[in-house]
Design a protein around this ligand. Structure first.
Ligand code: UT7
Length: 325
């Protein structure tokens, strides 16, 4: 078994409202609110980067665990918006935090499901050989998206979240995780430029394709609802529990209508499904760990609670995690 020893989260100070977006592109507070539930999001300042956001959340989680950087045996960073192309953000984070020369790696390209996938990898590593692992989900999406594309730009915000996972009993036990991928649906959510298929070159810049997130919004919507609700049911089956036993579900926050549809499919009341999308928008792989930290910080989660995390993301990936506090 692996256990969460500490939780961390960080969001930049700058708030950008729907009206701020409406001043830049052809959109409105009404459209964004009705279609997504988002009211505002955070935007990183010029002195911030993916690494600094990750560093803030990681430091909070390590302190919360009552540990120091020296105690960390491995670092996993889930991000689709890395600090640099090579090396991994996790290596840079190791140096920033002053950790020992422990192994580090990024889970890149998993979209918003990256953090929960990272938890799954971390618990397997701990089962293989006991160690203390820092798992971070971080995105600085606002610096890479196309600010002229109203159909995607208004959806996102910047944030970071982190947990420290270890083999000894802590604040929450990871009871089980289910995860899956349908690679045949890779095309429904993709940023294709920058790899070897479409190198980042002058032609990519001239065409504007270099920062164009290609998204089949409706297909992503239906996949998200089906995959997240099934993943939650599956993980509960595996631990012999039902939705009625769950104190709180923390779903990925991409669209309030997706969250509502998942909630209805599961048959859970509104108060047992966490929502913060109005404040932060979709913060990619930071969403779930940031929301988890927020729930712990505000007392929304209490000792004894059964909590289920679930996420989906580009890939198409999905996962659900059962946590016993
Ligand atoms: O981690 C990333 C995961 N991404 C997602 O989870 C996205 C999942 N999908 C969604 O959340 C929804 O599909 C969206 C919020 C992206 C779009 O909502 P929708 O109800 O599916 O709208 P739509 O794409 O069918 O667009 C409806 C209309 C279109 O105009 P026409 O063709 O009907 O004239 C769009 O051009 O809304 C228009 N539109 C906008 N209007 C104002 C698209 N974006 C905007 C905008 N402001 N920002």
């Amino acid at each position: 078994m692996s256990h969460i020893l500490g939780f961390g989260g960080y969001v930049p100070e700058r708030v950008m409202t729907n009206d701020d977006w409406a001043a830049l592109v052809d959109t409105s507070d009404e459209w964004i609110t009705q279609r997504t539930g988002i009211k505002r999001r955070r935007v990183a300042g010029p002195d911030e980067s993916t690494l600094t956001l990750a560093g803030q959340a990681a430091a909070v989680a390590i302190k919360d665990a009552g540990l120091s950087a020296d105690d960390i045996d491995e670092i996993i960073v889930a991000t689709d918006t890395p600090e640099v192309y090579t090396p991994d953000t996790a290596a840079l984070l190791q140096d920033l935090l002053g950790c020992r020369n422990v192994p580090t790696y990024d889970l890149g390209g998993s979209g918003c499901a990256g953090f929960v996938q990272g938890l799954d990898v971390a618990r397997a590593r701990i089962a293989f050989s006991p160690r203390t692992i820092l798992v971070v989900g971080v995105e600085l999406i606002t610096r890479l998206i196309d600010w002229n594309d109203r159909s995607t730009a208004v959806l996102f915000g910047d944030a970071a979240g982190a947990v420290v996972l270890g083999p000894e009993p802590g604040r929450a036990t990871v009871l089980d995780i289910v995860s899956g991928t349908d690679g045949s649906a890779a095309g429904i959510l993709t940023l294709g430029v920058g790899g070897t298929r479409h190198p980042f070159n002058q032609a990519a810049i001239d065409s504007g394709a270099y920062n164009r997130l290609v998204m089949d919004g409706r297909r992503v919507f239906t996949e998200a609802v089906t995959r997240m609700s099934t993943a939650v049911s599956d993980v509960l089956d595996r631990i012999g529990k039902t939705v009625g036993d769950v104190d709180l579900v923390i779903p990925h926050q991409a669209n309030l209508r997706i969250i509502d549809a998942v909630r209805k499919k599961l048959g859970a009341e509104q108060e047992r499904v966490y929502v913060n999308i109005h404040e932060y928008g979709n913060t990619g792989s930071a969403t779930v760990p940031f929301a988890l930290w927020e729930c712990v910080e505000t007392g929304r989660i209490e000792k004894g609670d059964l909590v289920v995390l679930t996420a989906f993301g580009a890939g198409f990936h999905w996962a659900a995690v059962a946590l016993q506090f």
